[in-house]
Ligand binder design. Structure first.
Ligand SMILES: Cc1ncc(COP(=O)(O)O)c(C=O)c1O
Length: 340
């Protein structure tokens, strides 16, 4: 029975979903959303804060500052609240409302950047904003998840070894790429392992992380509007790119089987299923990583008006999924039958 005193001390690391009954292909999904920060970013946040403390960069009067699309911001809010630091999160207008409210509930200050950068993303503008604040007051400590080695080291120390312990016969690992901390930490770990593992990075169409033209991306977490400074492509065997419409359909397919995951999980599972369809999966042991759960996306990915405005009225129909509002309507229109 785990008993904790600090919220960052608990993280469920042994939970996987077998996706074969839902998608008909063998894939185990490692669930990283079961901790008090609700996402995999707890691991990077812990590692980066602890190393800043060890190096004496973080002092009692420091103000942590970070650019985050949400999940790292929530994890840092939680750690800062627990350890008594102030925290300012610089996010953008694509950050979910519930994520922002969560950070504020934990006592953090949240600044929202609304200007797009030249690649059609917000990252460049968010980083400019952080730099300007750091220049204005030397109490600010910027952990800089995009360049901080602690970001990938967290996964080299935890996520990689956890998967290796649970799947000693692992053949292929699918990892979504944002800052590429998860990707680089796991890829470096498995490069040194006793067995060859194929590392497949999953990115969203419109992200420029691995090259390719920039484009509109509405789902936070995966994809970058600049090349990730932590990325070393020599550790990556393959890159799979996923359209946001496929991400959405995969999220809803999982939800209709009772598994409510976040958008990046939809992207990773969609990319993995596509890869498995092309390569055949019968004899392979394959794992994908689910970075968070779906409750933070109820007003976006799981909201029919948001979906139809952005992706068209038929977004869910190709999979035979009844849109949520239509389902609700059909319930209210069902005539009452006399009870027998
Ligand atoms: C929901 C979600 N998925 C995936 C990622 C990407 O992880 P990483 O930054 O380690 O590449 C993030 C990062 O913030 C995230 O919040």
């Amino acid at each position: 029975m785990p008993v904790i005193t600090a919220p960052y001390a608990f993280n469920e690391s042994r939970l996987y979903v077998d996706l074969e009954p839902i998608f008909g292909r063998r894939l185990y999904l490692k669930c990283e959303g079961f901790n008090f920060a609700g996402s995999i970013k707890l691991k990077a946040a812990n590692e980066m804060v602890e190393s800043a403390e060890r190096e004496g960069v973080l002092r009692p009067d420091s103000i942590l500052i970070e650019s985050s699309s949400g999940n790292l911001g929530v994890a840092l809010s939680m750690i800062a609240a627990s350890k008594g630091y102030r925290f300012l999160c610089v996010t953008d207008s694509r950050c979910n409302l519930s994520t922002r409210l969560l950070m504020e509930a934990l006592g953090s200050e949240v600044h929202v950047v609304a200007d797009l950068d030249a690649n059609g993303g917000f990252l460049g503008k968010r980083i400019d904003y952080v730099r300007a604040l750091c220049a204005s007051d030397d109490r600010y400590v910027w952990l800089s998840q995009y360049t901080n080695e602690g970001n990938w080291r967290a996964h080299f120390r935890t996520t990689g070894p956890e998967i290796a312990e649970h799947f000693p016969e692992l053949d292929v690992l699918f990892i979504g790429a944002g800052t590429t901390g998860t990707l680089m930490g796991c890829a470096r770990y498995f490069r040194e392992w006793n067995r060859e593992v194929r590392i497949v990075a999953v990115d969203s169409v419109g992200s420029v992380a691995f090259g390719g033209p920039p484009g509109r991306r509405m789902i936070p977490g995966l994809g970058m509007s600049m090349r990730p400074p932590l990325l070393d492509e020599s550790f990556v065997d393959e890159v799979v790119r996923v359209e946001e419409a496929d991400t959405i359909r995969t999220c809803h397919r999982l939800a209709r089987r009772g598994f409510l995951f976040g958008g990046s999980t939809g992207t990773v599972v969609s990319g993995a299923m596509d890869w498995l369809a092309r390569h055949g999966s019968r004899d392979l042991t394959t794992v994908a990583i689910a970075p968070d759960l779906g409750e933070r996306y109820l007003d976006t990915i799981y909201q029919i008006n948001w979906l139809q405005d952005l992706y068209g009225d038929d977004i869910l129909e190709t999979e035979g999924i009844t849109p949520p509002s239509a389902a609700a309507e059909s319930v209210t229109r069902t005539p009452h039958r006399p009870s027998s």
